[in-house]
Design a protein around this ligand. Structure first.
Ligand code: ADP
Ligand code: MG
Length: 279
């Protein structure tokens, strides 16, 4: 019986991960609501130079219901901003990130990237600018290296970028102490990661690609203060170099690092003037 428990645990974890993704996956087949017909030619390249503008965006998960998860949102995010998304659980932070990531398409209103409308033809090109760390990310039963250079053949991996990502995610010392270093297997018969190490590994995966925009959903939740501050400092450094950070968290530690705070409440998003407390 005791031998079976870990296996059952793994199945439960997998099920909860599938559940967390099922909505994202089901959305992938949908088309953008306002632009269904005109998007024949795919845009290959969409450089993010200035800002993203959400214009009067409303979204409801259940169409035709009276409830809107986000209603009439007009807000811009500029290149180099470190935006903190705050608000109680269920206030729409994750939904907002999914809108920005192009995962939710059946909203009303528009999202403009440097004046280009996010649509079926521009979405893939937009997503190439993004590093996205979802609230429920998956760690593969594979080496640390494969987990960072997710989906890349070993010969294609840029080791310099891997090292930079490790350093930024605060994993370098940890990895260097392992006998097999980046070739260490994670999970199953390999290394068991703590919650914090897991989260840093997932962050390293996003940082590896040096994305122009990082969408981070509750990524510091399981970290101790020291690692939290390390990562927030790294992110602040990145935003100073022109990377854009969108960071959802109900942890107030992030406040002093962010350049802008958006507060989510009652379907609305309100920008908080810094140094003023909210709710
Ligand atoms: P937060 O990230 O701030 O906790 P979410 O964006 O996850 O908030 O959720 C906002 C609201 O949308 C909540 O009321 C939540 O129950 C609802 N919601 C989230 N995902 C779904 C879904 N897939 N189907 C229906 N409702 C959802
Ligand atoms: Mg959330």
């Amino acid at each position: 019986m005791y031998r079976i428990i870990p296996a059952i645990n793994r199945i439960l974890v997998s099920l909860s991960q599938i559940q967390a993704y099922s909505y994202t996956i089901s959305e992938l087949n949908e088309s953008f609501h306002p632009n269904n017909d005109e998007d024949v030619n795919k845009v290959e390249d969409l450089t993010f130079a200035k800002n993203v503008l959400l214009k009067d965006v409303s979204y409801q998960y259940i169409k035709g219901s009276t409830n809107f998860e986000l209603q009439n949102i007009t807000i811009d995010i500029n290149k180099g901003d470190f935006v903190l998304l705050e608000g109680p659980s269920g206030s729409g932070k994750t939904t907002f990130i999914h809108l920005l990531a192009g995962l939710i398409k059946d909203y009303t209103g528009s999202i403009l990237i440097d004046h280009t409308v996010l649509s079926n033809s521009t979405c893939k090109a937009w997503q190439r600018n993004l590093g996205f760390v979802p609230q429920a990310s998956i760690v593969l039963q594979d080496t640390l290296l494969s987990n960072i250079a997710f989906g890349e053949a070993e010969t294609e991996i840029d080791m310099e970028s891997v090292q930079t990502a490790l350093e930024m995610a605060g994993l370098k010392d940890f990895v260097n102490k392992l006998p097999l270093r980046l070739q260490t297997q994670v999970g199953e018969n390999g290394l068991t990661l703590s919650g914090g190490q897991r989260q840093r590994l997932i962050l390293a995966r996003a940082l590896y690609r040096n994305p122009k925009i990082l969408l981070l959903d509750e990524v510091t939740n399981q970290l101790d203060d020291e690692n939290k501050l390390k990562i927030l400092n790294t992110l602040k450094g990145l935003s100073r170099k022109g990377n854009t950070i969108v960071f959802a968290s109900h942890d107030h530690t992030a406040r002093s690092f962010a350049s802008r705070i958006f507060y989510f409440d009652s379907r609305r998003v309100q920008e908080v003037q810094q140094n003023h407390s909210v709710a």
